[in-house]
Structures are given as structure tokens and as C-alpha cells.
Write a protein that binds this ligand. Sequence first.
Ligand SMILES: Cc1cc2nc3c(=O)[nH]c(=O)nc-3n(C[C@H](O)[C@H](O)[C@H](O)COP(=O)(O)OP(=O)(O)OC[C@H]3O[C@@H](n4cnc5c(N)ncnc54)[C@H](O)[C@@H]3O)c2cc1C
Length: 435
Amino acid sequence: MENMNYLSFNKYPKVFPKEVLFPNWLTDVDKLELVDSVLCYGKGKSYGDVCLNEDGTLIDTTNLNHIINFDNNTGLIKCEAGITLKEILEFTVPKGWFLPVTPGTKFITLGGAVANDVHGKNHHTAGTFGSHVTEIELFRSDKLTYTCTRDKNKELFSATIGGLGLTGFIKTVEFQLINIETPFMYVENIKFNNLDSFFDLNEESEKLFPYTVSWVDCTTKGKKMGKGIYMRGRHATKTEVSKSFEMKDGALPFPIEASFINNFTVKAFNKLFYSKQFSKFSTQIVPFEPYFYPLDMIDGWEKAYGKKGFLQHQFVLPYDNCKEYMHLIFEEIVNSGMSSFLTVLKSFGDAISPGMLSFPKKGITLAIDYRMEGEKTLKLLDRIDTIVAKSGGSLYPGKDARMSRDHFHQFYPTFEEFLKYKDPNFSSSFYRRIK
Ligand SMILES: Cc1cc2nc3c(=O)[nH]c(=O)nc-3n(C[C@H](O)[C@H](O)[C@H](O)COP(=O)(O)OP(=O)(O)OC[C@H]3O[C@@H](n4cnc5c(N)ncnc54)[C@H](O)[C@@H]3O)c2cc1C
């Protein structure tokens, strides 16, 4: 069945399930016969094939989107796994609670957040999403529901966080929210001239701000290789927000990201970078959405890559040798001339990820988009993987459609241990490619 609704975000690879099931209630899940090759599908916002199951069964979880429990005193929340981060935020933000960790889009499900153990701009202070999960209810093909916590069924808990959907059907997730005074962010935007300046700025910023991220230019060679814009922020206080409104006569401060993304091309990046409009240093009070989710504001931006789709490639380099290897990789990218539309540079802190297969570990991570141009693109990414492997780094399975089996096993030495907890009837196109 060629159902284009069940591709991944980057539309590559184009493979299709044999059938799609739609449970409406948790009680429907208990009746599912999970035979053969099954996989849950959230919103398909992964880049690659972790959410695809060619010729197998997909279970669309998005009707399971209810909040089960919420404690306004403690910020502990329990939801069905098909709920989106957007739906959670709509409920919690007016009450003064925010997600402990959020990726760069709010259009993903809670199940997807757990299965890829997603990270956000605050990894250096908060670790991954899974670090804030207190309980998972997991339905497996033996028709039993396992309640998993750090103490109960703890191996299954750890295998399911970052477990790429292979340990069973996550029915519900309980996790801890964080308290916020306002739905606004205090943000500082700082231009930096090259990769070395990024490393200096990053070291200083991580001590001062819970959220940090940079957009980098990967088209410029020489002394300015790796120049970019560093965006560091924190949740704004009530006083900061009211002062900002007074200064602006009640108008909302202009979020820089909006102009950034409306002109969403490499050229626009450079234009903005050099334009006087963007000074070397600026501060803003902005709503949380443009800071956390700039890409969500442009509907269908990913279609700009054309019918063949694109690849996103995200790796982490270990902290100790990241400068040397990041320079090598930037040279590969710049010299290839295959400039990426969007390149995001960010660091991961000391927090040990709770999942057996979680991707983040201490170091610097780079996420790059490439238009899919066949062999040329694949060869460049293979060359980068080789450098990543040499550095002792790793690649993000949630954003992968082509890493080799050998590289996967090198990057994830815990995979053999993980297999003990995999559900025998769950599978994915990604799993069959790398196992
Ligand atoms: C614009 C954009 C920005 C992004 N930024 C980031 C980022 O900053 N950090 C980051 O970590 N990721 C980021 N991502 C990737 C995205 O957050 C993850 O791929 C996420 O897992 C997608 O969730 P989903 O609900 O769409 O799940 P899908 O993509 O549909 O599935 C992802 C995995 O979750 C499994 N799964 C889903 N629901 C269940 C369930 N109920 N039970 C068991 N398994 C389940 C699937 O089987 C699959 O293995 C970004 C993606 C986009 C499009």
C-alpha cells in the first residue's frame, strides 16, 4: 500500500507498510494481535527509517492523545503516548509548567520523544527527555502490559528509552515538567567569526544559560569557516516581560528567527549574517515558540528540497577531541560545495543518558540537512561517518537513513545487550538495515 502519509519527515527512503492499524483507546491496544513485523508510528517526524516498516504493520498512535493525570503542585504528568508535545504545552503552559526537554519541533508524540530519547537546547543542564521520565507502560506481543520505572522492570525501562520503538508499544508515559514564570524567553543572539570562536563562546555560555544553540554557515572557507549566530536563552521572569512590553508600547518584541526562516536559504543566511539589521550582539524577550520551534513556523519548508527528499545527518564528537575533528568535517562539507540549508551546532553535557541506545553523550553535535542527490550525497556522508568513527563519536539513529551496519555496531556497543529486551515481533526498516 503506497500511503504517502506514512513516510518520515525527510521523505527518504520511500518505503511503505503492508497495513496500518489505528487503536482509538488504550483498551483497543490490549486487544491487538502483535504478530510478525509491527512498529508504532507517531507523527513520522524522524528523518530516516526508524519510523518505517516496509511491508510490515504500522500502528498509528495518534488517537491515543489523552492526559491521564496531572498534579499542578508537583508538575508530574501522565499521558497516552500518542499525544503531541504541542497538545501537552497547550495544557501546561497556562498553568506555569513547561517540558523538561524539547526538540526543535513540537509536532512529535510523547512516544516518539521517548523512543528516540530526544534532546533539546538544554542538554548541558537537563540531559535527554528520558532523564525526566518516571514511568512507562509498555504493551508487548505476549499481550502483557509492563509497568517500567527506574526500579521496576528497570532493564526494560532503560531499553525502551531510546529503544527506537523496538521493545513494544508504549501506551503511557509519566514525566516531570518544569516550572516557568512566563511563556516568554530572554534570549541573547551573538555573532561569532569561526569555529574556534564558537568553542570559546560556548564554554562561557553554558555556565550562564540553560538553553544554547548555534546556527552555522557551512559555505565559507578559510579564516571564517564555521562562522554563525549563537542563541542562548532562559525562561523570562515576569519583571523582564513587563519591562519589555513597556519599552515596546505593548507590542511584542520582534523575534529574529522569523526573518531568518522566512528567507530560508543559504544565501539568506549569509545576507542576514552580514546585514546591519543583525548586530554583533542583541537581546530579546520572545515568546517560547520562535526560540524553541523556529521551523514549525513555516508550513512545509521541508518540501523545498524537492521530490527526492533530503537527508539529515547528526553526529556527536567526544568533547576531548572535538575541535580537531570538527575542523576536519567542516573542511569536507565546505570543499564538497554541497552546502547544507541548515546547520545546527550544539553541545551535549555530562549527563549520562538513561537509555541503552540513547544517542547523546558529552561532546559537540552537528545536525546538517542535504538535498538527496544520490551517490554524491551518500559518499560525502560516508566520508563524514568515517571521521566520526575515528573520533570515537556517534550518529543519531532518529536522523539516519543510510549509516552502515558496521558503523552502527561501533557507535552502539550496547546493542547486543539491548537485543535481550527487544520485542521479538517488533521490527523496522532501520532495524533490518543495521542488525
Ligand atoms: C524540525 C525538526 C526538528 C527536530 N529537532 C530535534 C531535536 O532538536 N532533537 C531531537 O532529539 N530530535 C529532533 N527531531 C527529531 C524528532 O524529535 C524525533 O525523530 C522524534 O522521535 C519524532 O517523534 P514522532 O512522534 O514523530 O515519532 P516517529 O518519527 O513516528 O517515530 C519515531 C520512533 O518512535 C517510535 N514510537 C513512536 N510512538 C511510539 C509508541 N507509542 N510506542 C513505541 N514506539 C513508538 C517509532 O516506532 C520510531 O521508532 C526533529 C525533527 C524535526 C522534523
